[in-house]
Design a protein around this ligand. Structure first.
Ligand SMILES: Nc1ncnc2c1ncn2[C@@H]1O[C@H](COP(=O)(O)OP(=O)(O)O)[C@@H](O)[C@H]1O
Ligand SMILES: Cc1ncc(COP(=O)(O)OP(=O)(O)O)c(N)n1
Length: 511
């Protein structure tokens, strides 16, 4: 009893797998290749992956095309396509199949006989005939053969010229006429038709699922959407049909699938401007929803925005202005140095903790070295700066709070959160140091400046390089972090930024 239970609860277990929803549907695209990557199998594979599926591709035809047009089409021998299809279906259970460009009647015949044998659970047919550029992707002589494929599809996704051609009628000129044609095509072949509004003018761009056999909750399910003003719509039909096949394999519900896919496609059209691919009708951005998370530097930029007001406050502090002009009372400077030495000791422990949590040996080494260098700077402070000055002993309240915050974060936070807490000490210090050193050099590096020796320490290129590395490591950790972790990172970072300001202001308050 125990043994059979434990084997049957595993979701991908043998015979039970067809009864359970597929979390990662296995989706085959039978389509032509677009080497520019915006349409055809390239768009299909991206769309399938973007919607969470595992994509496969059997290539029907090779096109030479870009965003401007199609310059050549090569259709390999149709029996070889059959070999591709047989190789896949002999080994892999297909949760959905999407069919796109077929090229000619011989290819269509092979696909039809394979479909009749394999009977995939979900078949979406995009009856590709002519590209938006006006170039033919299906021989005119193959149009009748294409009609013979329609009864084998569960969903047909023609654009308006294709819908008209399949019915042998003129193209619909408005949405009502398009829906009417969709109903007649669905009734003729007993399946569901997706009527698409892409080829009509106006501010709205609706799509509608049409089925007159009672398969849907209503004969026509319209999903509205705005028309995105963009020159980039290359491959929208391919992307939509393969995305629908993928989501349908997961949900088993056409309406739910269209409601999930339509906003994704709108996002892909909207974000297409970031791609800058080609000079004509460019591709859509299939992975727009991953853009923020995966884009290197994006989280660091957010952190920087959060730090900006704090940096402003630091530059406004009397301590910083007097340090820059050389008018800072010596007792304030001494207090600052003494607190810095205490702080560095605590900070070194937190850096060591980052090393302990680091996911790679390289990062471990970076933080371990940083921890050691921190102790070296601390002893340098004692040896060269503090030994000859009357300095107050004891930990000041700001130093105590800042170190407590860092230690608490390092005790309970993840690697990413610890890095976010550590970063302001690098980043703000490096920025302030650069500003102070720059102003000192601009003033002609006066040798009689009371803090000339100290200001020169700010020009250390190794510290600047270490700061850049710390920023990059924090940014990379954010890319891998969960949403909750990112929130915790931002909190830890902004808290440390506040302490950086308070640290520079502490001599004014506590001396
Ligand atoms: N400018 C646009 N704004 C919003 N959606 C669009 C736009 N152009 C096309 N679509 C959508 O892209 C999909 C493909 O539509 P369509 O252009 O009609 O087909 P095809 O790409 O096969 O010619 C549909 O979901 C349609 O609503
Ligand atoms: C190889 C290949 N297949 C299909 C198309 C047509 O793409 P589609 O998404 O229908 O629309 P447009 O890109 O023509 O707007 C293609 N161009 N190439």
């Amino acid at each position: 009893m125990t043994a059979s239970l434990s084997s049957s609860v595993y979701p991908f277990d043998g015979a039970r797998e067809t009864l359970l929803a597929r979390p990662i549907p296995r989706v085959l695209s039978i389509a032509g290749s677009d080497p520019s990557g915006g349409a055809g199998i390239q768009a299909d594979l991206k769309s399938i992956a973007a919607l969470g599926g595992y994509g496969m591709a059997a290539i029907t035809a090779l096109t030479a095309q870009n965003t401007v047009g199609v310059s050549a089409v090569h259709v390999p021998p149709a029996p070889f396509l059959r070999q591709q299809l047989d190789a896949i279906s002999a080994d892999i259970t297909l949760d959905a199949v999407k069919i796109g460009m077929l090229g000619d009647a011989a290819v269509i015949d092979q696909v039809r006989s394979w479909l009749q044998e394999v009977r995939p659970a979900v078949v979406v047919l995009d009856p590709v005939m002519v590209a938006t550029s006006g170039d033919r992707l299906l021989r005119e002589s193959a149009e009748q053969a294409l009609r013979s494929l329609l009864p084998l599809a569960h969903l047909i996704t023609p654009n308006l010229p294709e819908l008209a051609m399949l019915l042998g009628e003129p193209e619909a000129e408005d949405w009502a006429a398009a829906l009417d044609q969709g109903k007649r095509l669905a009734a003729e072949y007993g399946n569901t038709v997706l009527v698409k509004g892409g080829h009509l003018p106006g501010p709205e761009c609706p799509d509608a699922l049409v089925n007159t056999t009672g398969l849907l909750s209503r004969d026509v399910i319209e999903v509205s959407g705005p028309r995105i003003v963009t020159p980039n719509s290359h491959g929208t039909g391919c992307s939509l049909s393969s995305a629908l096949a993928t989501v349908q394999a997961r949900t088993g519900d056409w309406e739910a699938s269209l409601r999930e896919v339509k906003p994704w496609l709108l996002g892909a059209l909207t974000a297409s401007e970031y791609l800058r691919v080609g000079q004509g009708n460019g591709p859509v951005h299939h992975f727009h929803h991953l853009r923020q998370a995966a884009s290197p530097g994006a989280f660091a930029a957010k952190l920087w925005n959060a730090a900006a007001p704090e940096l402003e406050s630091i530059y406004g502090l009397e301590f910083i202005q007097q340090l820059q002009s050389g008018e800072l009372p010596e007792r304030d400077f001494n207090y600052y140095l003494a607190q810095d030495a205490i702080y560095l000791n605590g900070y070194s422990r937190v850096l060591a903790r980052a090393g302990a949590l680091a996911p790679t040996e390289e990062e471990q080494l970076f933080w371990a070295r940083a921890s050691q260098q921190c102790l070296e700077v601390e002893s340098e402070l004692h040896r060269n700066w503090l030994s000859t000055r009357p300095v107050p002993t004891g930990t000041g309240p700001v130093t105590k709070s800042y170190v407590d915050h860092l230690l608490a974060t390092s005790a309970s936070g993840s690697y990413a959160v610890v890095l976010a807490a550590i970063l302001p000490c690098y980043w703000l210090y490096a920025e302030v140091g650069q500003q102070l050193h720059g102003a000192y050099v601009e003033a002609g590096a006066p040798a009689d400046h009371s803090y000339a020796e100290w200001l020169k320490t700010y020009a250390d290129p190794d510290f600047a390089a270490a700061t850049r590395k710390a920023i990059n490591l924090t940014d990379a950790a954010a890319i891998a972090a969960s949403d909750a972790e990112k929130v915790a990172m931002m909190e830890a970072f902004t808290q440390s930024c506040r302490y950086e300001t308070a640290f520079f202001d502490a001599p004014r308050l506590f001396v």
